[in-house]
Design a protein. Structure first.
Lengths: 81, 595
């Protein structure tokens, strides 16, 4: 799947899970930039992303992304493997 | 009643419409202000933040406003064993304790191997201490999740043969928890283990999330855990099912009795008949534990009754059915008629019918009734109904099993009443007798149970536990009464409870007056008032003081004290006992041991 397409779908997941239609993600977006994205809701997002893309993150990966771009990369890698 | 309404195509298999965690979370922003508030403390040895959100969100679906105080991570023992902790300051009505199987395993792992075979007993001692400590400080109910099975595969199948294996200890602990709960009236097990049995460990536990967050339950299973917990809290606060209304053709047996005839309906041990027979055994067990059964069928009555009377493979018989309604009328009207005989709320009724059309009519016309979307294949009925957990309860008494008989008798009474034009003549003809006795150790469980479940004829709706009722026996400021009522048709058992509390030398306060709605319109109110006025006089009081506290369900008794001749004071009612004129009634008294 194209990275842009992944980003688009991530945006929908974030809107739904964080209940905030105003969210607009880019590759540079960090947790601090998004209202409501904290360590707790992070888990909710992880689970929703896993379900949507039919992948499983390792416990290390869950804590590894510095921004949304790295998350997109991680999903892309998982989908290829 | 969201829980019982099911998604998906009626023509495939039914799926339970369980809200997602995200949907529950969105409920948190909604308006809870009209819902009953319940103070709940949540203590866990793993991270419980999501469980807390799921519980409150599920509360919204069930119309309760859970005010949840969550202890900090892994603080169960600290909160319980420190008498000045936040837990005791919060003063909850319900405490939920979640000791996880993972932390139990952790404890086991660290034990000296020679002590591993005492893990269950040591843990049970801890739980016992927790319960005793809480009981000594708070009047609250305790909900305890049992342990989800973890097989550490150290012994393979041999784990079942060796007491020191973790699996052996865990299963022993779950069993001992049930034994413990049977003895502790304030302690309830919430069966997390059965959720895992049903959904599988893979759907309960995600190691990567656990490693990152200490969270033990997967997000997708939280709605189910929360529902099971709220079912229990609901039953504790008086919301549970009392009656199951059954359709007949293709619900109780395969085929249509009116078309196929007695010989051709499907029942018994062969083929599809087996589904219906097993289904009937389940319904019979519900009846035996006190659920009232009623029939509501579109049929000619004599034809509908024929299988109950003559079919050798019928499990249910006519004397299992409290009210039998079979005619060609509208099912919603027929259910209203059943309700008027049973005198219980629609929200305590469940209606089972294979026909989606009938289910919709009933669902749309009767507010509050639960109408499960039965699967198309009768073979799926039982497994599906198991998952709904419709018949949660927090107490069982011997009288539950007698209830069907009492309602059958009530149905006969309704018929007799129609033949009398004068109400007094009718009441006289009933030959009513009431036994009066104070609380004692024999009637305490029943009193407590009635206290939990009486909603309509209940003046103040103060709920008392078994322990509180026991304490009142020795309290000098309290005078208690229980009343039974029997008549020529049968015995209703205990139907009314009164608690009088001394306020001062002149005033006796009616702390509790609740009565079963089964005995309305028999002059029982007059009879009870005569008895308590006599008691007040004998003990030298001048005034009886009554109070009505409004709830959503007790409008029936709004004018109770007015109708009995009490005078209104600011926010209570007063009756001068010395000017009291004994009220007319047709009930004979028998005191068992006088107060």
């Amino acid at each position: 799947m194209e990275p842009n397409k992944i980003l688009e779908q991530l945006n929908e997941i974030f809107k739904d899970e964080l209940d905030n239609d105003g969210i607009k993600l880019s590759n540079d977006t960090k947790a601090d930039d998004v209202e409501g994205w904290d360590s707790l809701t992070h888990i909710q997002l992880v689970v929703a992303i896993e379900k949507k893309f039919k992948i499983r993150f390792t416990s290390k990966e869950i804590q590894s992304w510095k921004n949304v771009g790295e998350l997109v990369d991680c999903i892309t890698r998982k989908q290829l493997s | 009643m969201l829980w019982a309404i099911i998604n998906g195509s009626v023509y495939k298999y039914a799926k339970i419409n369980m809200p997602t965690f995200n949907e529950l979370k969105k409920n948190l922003k909604k308006d809870f202000s009209n819902y009953k508030k319940i103070k709940v403390a949540l203590l866990g040895d793993t991270a419980t933040q999501f469980l807390k959100q799921a519980l409150r969100g599920t509360g919204f679906e069930k119309e309760v406003d859970l005010d949840i105080w969550e202890a900090d991570f892994n603080q169960i023992e600290r909160q319980v064993f420190d008498p000045s902790s936040e837990l005791f300051e919060f003063n909850p009505e319900v405490i939920i304790i979640f000791h996880s199987a993972h932390k139990l395993l952790d404890r086991y792992n660290k034990l000296n191997p020679t002590l591993q075979n005492s893990l269950a007993i040591t843990q049970l001692e801890l739980i016992n201490n927790i319960v005793i400590t809480i009981n000594s400080q708070l009047k609250c109910k305790i909900i305890y999740y049992n342990y989800t099975e973890i097989n550490d595969s150290v012994f393979g199948n041999y784990a079942n043969k060796i007491e020191s294996s973790f699996l052996f200890q865990l299963r022993k602990l779950n069993f001992e928890l049930m034994v413990f709960a049977a003895k502790q009236s304030s302690f309830y097990v919430c069966d997390l283990s059965s959720i895992q049995n049903h959904s599988g460990k893979i759907n309960l536990f995600q190691p990567s999330i656990y490693i990152n967050t200490e969270m033990i339950l997967k997000i997708d299973i939280l709605p189910e855990v929360a529902k099971k917990t709220i079912d229990l809290i609901g039953a504790m606060t008086g919301s549970f099912k009392k009656c199951l209304i059954l359709d007949l053709d293709n619900t109780m047996w395969g085929g249509v009795i009116g078309d196929d005839g007695l010989e051709n309906i499907q029942l018994g041990s062969l083929g599809i008949g087996k589904s219906f027979t097993e289904f009937q055994y389940w319904i019979k067990k519900l009846k035996n534990r006190g659920i009232i059964l009623a029939v509501c069928s579109k049929n000619t009555e004599s034809v509908a009754k024929e299988p109950f009377e003559k079919h050798p493979d019928m499990v249910l018989r006519l004397d299992d059915i409290a009210v039998f309604v079979a005619n060609w009328g509208n099912k919603a009207d027929n259910i209203r008629q059943i309700q008027s005989i049973l005198n219980i709320g629609f929200d305590s009724m469940v209606f089972l019918d294979d026909n989606p059309f009938e289910r919709n009519i009933v669902r749309e016309n009767i507010n509050g009734i639960t109408v499960p979307e039965l699967p198309e294949d009768p073979a799926d009925y039982l497994e599906f109904l198991y998952t709904l957990n419709l018949f949660e309860t927090t107490s069982i008494s011997n009288e539950d099993a007698e209830r069907t008989k009492q309602y059958q008798v009530e149905a006969e009474r309704v018929v007799l009443q129609k033949s009398f034009t004068n109400e007094d003549d009718f009441l006289k003809s009933l030959n009513m007798v009431s036994f009066i006795e104070p609380f004692n150790k024999f009637n305490t469980p029943r009193v407590a149970q009635l206290s939990q479940r009486s909603n309509q004829f209940n003046l103040r709706t103060v709920r008392y536990t078994e322990a509180e009722i026991e304490n009142s026996i020795v309290d000098e400021n309290i005078i208690s009464f229980t009343f039974t009522l029997s008549d020529k048709f049968g015995d209703n058992g205990m139907i009314c409870v009164i608690i009088l509390r001394r306020e001062d030398k002149d005033n006796l306060f009616i702390d509790t007056w609740f009565m079963s709605c089964r005995v309305l319109k028999r002059g029982m109110e007059n009879f009870v008032l005569n008895a308590i006025v006599n008691c007040a006089k004998e003990n030298g009081y001048s005034f009886l003081k009554g109070e009505y506290i409004h709830t959503e369900k007790n409008a029936l008794v709004k004018d109770h004290y007015f109708q009995l001749g009490f005078e209104q004071a600011t926010n209570h009612w007063i009756l001068e006992v010395n000017n009291y004129q004994e009220k007319k009634c047709f009930i004979k008294t028998k005191y068992i041991n006088g107060t």
